[in-house]
Ligand binder design. Structure first.
Ligand SMILES: [Mg+2]
Length: 362
């Protein structure tokens, strides 16, 4: 179970239909893929994915350099492995690029750990359940017209999702934002929950007005209404509004989550697996949230997040944004609006090697 080999590749995986997000055209999902091999022939992999090329090659170089320090370590000791790599990069961390480079390696260690022990990750990490409700937010971009949003929501509802999330933040008035929600409501009917992600677009004053209007329109949660560093603003909104406030996908470190939770700033914590630095820190943040009676959700990467969220009692929902379909043999299946954690050991996922050869850029 000693790690004998680590390889890292950067992949540019084209999207079927290019779209605009954050003012940029997205035509590919960029991956940093780490693979490890152990002395008894077990392989493990992990990746981070982002819909932009910026710094991805640099993150790949950093992961490759950090990966050299995994050689000789045991995949049954992921805490020790994470600590060693974090110390190597502590002068540029914690957080930031260090965590993003560490995450694919840490996920690969856990994948190999599960394969060595013959257990799927959701059991290895706690074993609370094997599936979770999932919501669709893919394609619900802020750049779409209300009619286009409604059509996307309708497709998701027809595919069996009982909750959808749209992005807001570009309209001139709260009333115009509400019109986008109403268009989606008319398309999906009364039984599908509608969540809203304001992607940190608003000032606190604007978030108060929009929050009240959206709450009256019946949204199920309001995500990232203000910048993530305005924790006091988030806490004020949470006190003033009845609709659940969610956030956390921009945070890197356990200490930042502690502040968020101690300030009682959110009703649901959202974790980004790349920013927190992989599975090893993810578990601690989820446990901290549990101590604050707060449910946790994942940010994208549903095929991995489904394991982590199924492992803990306060796992809430999986965000279904499948950005890695192009490099996987299959995605986990969805049954009755729930995403099912793959039962095979480790991540229970299989890479499409031909696709990886095709999409490699280094
Ligand atoms: Mg978000």
């Amino acid at each position: 179970m000693k790690i004998t080999q680590v390889t890292v590749n950067v992949l540019r995986v084209p999207v079927d239909r290019p779209y605009t997000a954050g003012g940029r055209t997205v035509d590919a999902n960029w991956h940093v893929l780490a693979r490890i091999t152990t002395s008894d022939g077990v392989g493990g992999f992990g990746y981070v994915v982002y819909p932009r090329p910026d710094l991805m090659t640099t993150i790949g170089h950093a992961a490759r350099e950090l990966g050299e320090h995994l050689i000789g370590m045991s995949v049954l000791e992921p805490e020790a492995a994470w600590e060693r790599l974090a110390r190597r990069g502590d002068w540029v961390g914690p957080g930031g690029l260090l965590h993003t480079a560490l995450a694919p390696l840490d996920i690969a260690v856990w994948d190999a750990n599960g394969k060595t022990l013959g257990q799927p990750l959701h059991r290895l990490l706690g074993g609370y359940r094997d599936r979770l409700p999932t919501y669709a937010s893919d394609g619900m971009w802020v750049s779409l017209s209300p009619d286009e949003l409604a059509a996307a929501a309708k497709r998701h509802a027809a595919a069996g999702f009982s909750a959808v999330k749209l992005r807001l933040g570009k309209e001139a008035t709260p009333e115009a934002e509400v019109r986008r929600v109403r268009a989606v409501r008319d398309a999906v009917g009364p039984d599908v929950r509608i969540m809203v992600d304001a992607t940190e677009s608003w000032t606190l004053t604007r978030a108060r007005r929009a929050g009240r209007a959206l709450q009256a329109a019946g949204i199920a949660w309001l995500e990232d209404p203000v910048h993530h560093q305005d924790v006091a603003g988030l806490a004020a909104l949470r006190r003033e509004l009845d609709v659940p406030i969610t956030g956390g996908e921009h945070l890197y470190h356990l200490d930042a989550f502690r502040t968020l939770l101690e300030m009682r700033a959110v009703d649901v914590v959202i974790l980004d697996l790349a920013r927190v630095g992989g599975v090893t820190p993810w578990r601690k943040i989820a446990a901290l949230a549990q101590a604050h009676r707060t449910p946790v959700c994942g940010h994208v990467v549903p095929e991995v997040q489904v394991h982590l969220l199924s492992a803990v009692p306060n796992g809430h929902m999986v965000e279904y944004v499948p950005r890695s379909v192009g490099i996987l043999a299959a995605m986990p299946r969805i049954e009755n609006g729930e995403l099912v954690a793959p039962p095979a050991p480790g991540l229970g996922l299989e890479l499409d090697e031909a696709a990886i050869r095709r999409y490699r850029v280094d």
